[in-house]
Design a protein around this ligand. Structure first.
Ligand SMILES: Nc1ncnc2c1ncn2[C@@H]1O[C@H](COP(=O)(O)OP(=O)(O)O)[C@@H](O)[C@H]1O
Ligand SMILES: [Mg+2]
Length: 260
């Protein structure tokens, strides 16, 4: 009688669906970047979107951000259409990628103030200060953004994406340019904030131990198609592997063999 089961409203809000896609497809000319992607992400959950270079991860994130239209299929973010209702969604969603930088000619503080204003953050100076301290870059507040190291820019990007207290974070390879110690610090901060605020996070990374540490669930795509989805432990069992690294290699090598 599962279909009759009704969760109490508090618990329903705690686990409310943030992202749902149904048979989402995207082509670029003859390239099929996404083929029938069915993705779901709830509050309080970190979903690892995995796959080799060119698998379609960034394309999926750009569709969810409303930056790119789907070729077919449906996507809903916070119950709204990301492409048509982007501005409403933007209040409660944010995005960070090591590959997307903030305006490089502005100072760190100018950038954060600008974004805080764009997001309408109440009491923004104290919010900015709190996040600068959390990510340990308070001393860089008057530096020109373009002069920061890759790791410093990454941390700045993460601060920017937390300014509006998002319900949903889309993180595209957030730790890629960080040294192992800083990557560990950033993971711990993200995990803590995610738990405190019961956020949902869509997380892409090529660092498999990191995925194992961070993600509650995994969706693995290759050449735009879903290969496997589930709890990390179940995926390890299904692929008779000890680590996600082994699973990754198995999927990509066998996928290459069967793909046209
Ligand atoms: N603007 C674009 N024009 C043409 N092809 C693109 C474009 N963006 C991505 N692609 C192609 O779509 C596929 C998926 O790319 P992407 O979503 O960036 O993968 P990932 O983020 O998993 O590395 C790749 O084959 C890529 O070359
Ligand atoms: Mg990418």
């Amino acid at each position: 009688m599962w279909h009759n089961f009704r969760m109490p409203s508090k618990s329903r809000a705690e686990h409310e669906p943030l992202v749902v896609t149904k048979n989402l497809c995207r082509t670029y000319g003859r390239i099929r970047a996404l083929q029938n992607l069915n993705l779901s992400l709830r509050r309080g959950e970190i979903l690892g979107l995995l796959g080799p270079n060119g698998a379609g991860k960034t394309t999926a994130i750009h569709i969810l951000l409303g930056l790119l239209a789907a070729t077919s299929g449906e996507a809903s973010v916070l119950g709204l259409s990301p492409f048509k209702e982007r501005h409403q969604i933007a209040k409660r969603v944010n995005f960070s990628s090591a590959y997307v930088q903030l305006p490089s000619n502005l100072k760190v503080m100018e950038n954060l103030t600008l974004y805080a204003k764009l997001y309408g953050v109440p009491n923004s100076p104290s919010k900015i200060q709190e996040l600068l301290e959390l990510f340990e870059i308070t001393h860089l507040r008057n530096r020109i953004t373009g002069s920061l190291s890759a790791g410093e820019k990454t941390r700045l990007g993460l601060i920017k994406c937390l300014l509006n207290d998002p319900l949903l974070l889309l993180l595209d390879e957030p730790t890629v340019s960080l040294d192992p110690e800083m990557a560990d610090t950033v993971r711990k901060i993200l995990k803590r904030i995610q738990r405190e605020r019961n956020m949902g996070i869509l997380y892409t990374s090529h660092n498999m131990p990191e995925v194992q540490e961070m993600c509650d669930r995994i969706l693995f795509i290759h050449q735009g198609r879903t290969i496997t989805e589930g709890l990390p432990g179940d995926i390890l069992k299904a692929f008779e592997s000890q680590t996600l690294e082994q699973v990754f290699i198995k999927i990509v090598r066998s996928g290459d063999l069967i793909s046209p």
